[in-house]
Design a protein around this ligand. Structure first.
Ligand SMILES: [Zn+2]
Length: 203
């Protein structure tokens, strides 16, 4: 993972934290409106990301095409400007934006279940614990800072780091997990949805 990608991950994480706070502290139209504004900011950020990547590709292609000959510089710049102005990223199809939407959806769902739980009293606690796993599969303790693997399973940050130190070829420890690849720490993402859920359901 390069540093730019890492920075983007940090930005993504803060967008999601903001969404979690909006969902936590606002209701109805106000929540809807703020989430929409936030989504627009997320979308703009992906547009900027894609434009930057495409502009870099164009620049590389043109450099290769025109070579070092400086007499062509003006023409090359014109062509660069023209090609860059035609970049039109199809944001809707972007995997990342869809991922963001999914995570916000999960946050809303967790919040709706939480509201229902408060209305119905303690009877539904069993159900809640059935739908959201808060237990670290490694230590069997309640998680505090969960990290999500590509298979969708989450582990406590500290315990997965410790486990990977003792065994670099460690696979997902959740029984029945279909992911047969070794765990790469760089591929784990902070599980914001679960972390928000945990902070809303102390103990
Ligand atoms: Zn797994």
């Amino acid at each position: 993972m390069n540093t730019i990608r890492e920075k983007f991950n940090i930005i993504d994480e803060s967008f999601l934290k903001t969404a979690a706070n909006v969902i936590r502290f606002f209701e109805n139209e106000e929540r809807e409106e703020m989430l929409q504004k936030l989504r627009m900011a997320v979308e703009n950020r992906y547009i900027a990301d894609i434009k930057l990547q495409k502009a870099e590709q164009i620049s590389e292609t043109l450099s290769a095409q025109y070579g070092e000959d400086e007499s062509n510089l003006q023409q090359m710049l014109e062509e660069y400007k023209q090609q860059v102005s035609q970049i039109n990223p199809d944001v809707i199809g972007l995997k990342h934006l869809q991922e963001y939407d999914k995570k916000v959806e999960a946050l809303l769902q967790a919040m709706a279940e939480n509201d229902q739980l408060q209305n119905n009293g303690d009877e539904d606690i069993e159900l809640m614990q059935g739908t959201v796993n808060v237990i670290d599969p490694i230590t069997k303790k309640r998680m505090v800072d969960p990290m999500k693997n590509t298979c969708g399973h989450s582990y406590e940050r500290e315990s997965i780091i410790a486990l990977l130190k003792s065994n670099k070829k460690m696979k997902c420890p959740v029984p029945g997990c279909r992911n047969k690849n070794s765990i790469e720490f760089s591929q784990l993402q902070p599980d914001i949805v679960l972390k928000t859920y945990l902070s809303q359901h102390p103990n």
